[in-house]
Design a protein around this ligand. Structure first.
Ligand code: HEC
Ligand code: HEC
Length: 203
C-alpha cells in the first residue's frame, strides 16, 4: 500500500479535531456570535427565530408600562437596574415624564421585573445586557437605560442620528419596535430590522 493512502484517515482525524476545537473556542470566546450562528442553522431555524429575550408575560405590566413606549422585556436590564427604575421617586420623574403608580401596582410590577430580569434569563442576549450594565457600574443620579448599556451601544454604533432622533418615524433609540419588527415578541436579531424611511438594514 502506497504511503499517501494511509494519510487519509489521519487527515480526517486532524480535520475533525480542528473542527471541534473551533467550536469549543467560539463557545468560550464569542458566545454572543455563536448564538447567532445557532439561530440560522439549528433550533428555531429560518422559519421561527427564537426570541432573543423572553416575551412579556404579565398583562398588567404590558398595559401599564406599554402606555407610552413598548413594554420592555424584563430580560433587557438586570434586577438592580429595574429596582432603581421602579423606586417611587424615580417613577414620578421617569426620564422627564410622570409614570407613578399606586403602591400596590408598583410593588407588583417591580416584583415581576426584578424576578425576570436579565441576570435570571439564560438567553445570550439577556446575559449580554446584564453583563454590560453591571460593568458600567453605578450610573450616578440618572436612571439606567437599556439604550446606554455597552452592549446596546456596540450594536447600534453604525446607525447615524438622521435615522434615529432626527427621524420623525423613530424618535429615539428607546423606541425599539419602530425598527425591530419582532420587538414585541422579544426578537431583536438584525435580520428583522427595518428603519422607517430607510428600509431593511444591510450590514
Ligand atoms: C407617561 C409615559 C410613560 C409611562 C407610563 C412609562 N414610561 Fe418609561 N419612558 C417614558 C419616556 C418619555 C421615556 C424616555 C424615552 C426617550 O428617551 O425617548 C421612557 C424610558 C423608559 C426606559 C429607558 C428606555 C431606554 O432608552 O433604554 C425604561 C427602562 C422605561 N421607560 C421603563 C418603564 C417602565 C418599567 C414603566 C412602567 C412602570 C414605564 N416605563 C412607563 C415614558 C413612560
Ligand atoms: C433606529 C432603529 C433602531 C432602534 C430604535 C433600535 N434598534 Fe436595535 N438594531 C438596529 C439595527 C440597524 C441593528 C443591526 C445593527 C448591525 O447589525 O450593525 C440593531 C441591532 C440590535 C441588536 C443586536 C442584534 C443582532 O442580531 O446582533 C439588539 C439586541 C438590539 N438591536 C436591541 C434593541 C433594543 C432592545 C432597542 C430598544 C431599547 C433597539 N434595539 C432599538 C436598529 C434599531
Amino acid at each position: 500500500m502506497p504511503k499517501f493512502q494511509r494519510l487519509y484517515p489521519l487527515l480526517a482525524v486532524a480535520v475533525l479535531s480542528l473542527g471541534s476545537a473551533g467550536v469549543a473556542f467560539s463557545d468560550w470566546g464569542e458566545r454572543e456570535e455563536h448564538e447567532e450562528d445557532e439561530r440560522h442553522e439549528g433550533r428555531g431555524g429560518w422559519l421561527r427565530p427564537r426570541a432573543d429575550v423572553a416575551p412579556v408575560s404579565n398583562p398588567t405590566y404590558a398595559e401599564e408600562c406599554g402606555a407610552c413606549h413598548m413594554a420592555y422585556q424584563p430580560g433587557l436590564l438586570p434586577a438592580a437596574a429595574w429596582a432603581r427604575v421602579m423606586e417611587p421617586s424615580a417613577l414620578t420623574d421617569h426620564y422627564g415624564d410622570d409614570a407613578s403608580l399606586s403602591e400596590a401596582l408598583r410593588q407588583e410590577l417591580a416584583t415581576y421585573l426584578t424576578g425576570n430580569a436579565a441576570n435570571f434569563d439564560s438567553r445570550t442576549r439577556s446575559r449580554a445586557f446584564a453583563v454590560s450594565m453591571a460593568s458600567a457600574g453605578s450610573t450616578g443620579g440618572t436612571l439606567p437605560r437599556i439604550s446606554t448599556t455597552g452592549y446596546f451601544l456596540r450594536k447600534h454604533d453604525e446607525i447615524p442620528p438622521r435615522m434615529v432622533k432626527d427621524n420623525p418615524e423613530v424618535g429615539s433609540f428607546s423606541q425599539c419596535n419602530n425598527c425591530h419588527q419582532g420587538a414585541a415578541k422579544g426578537v431583536y436579531n438584525d435580520d428583522q430590522v427595518r428603519i422607517p424611511g430607510y428600509g431593511r438594514w444591510e450590514d
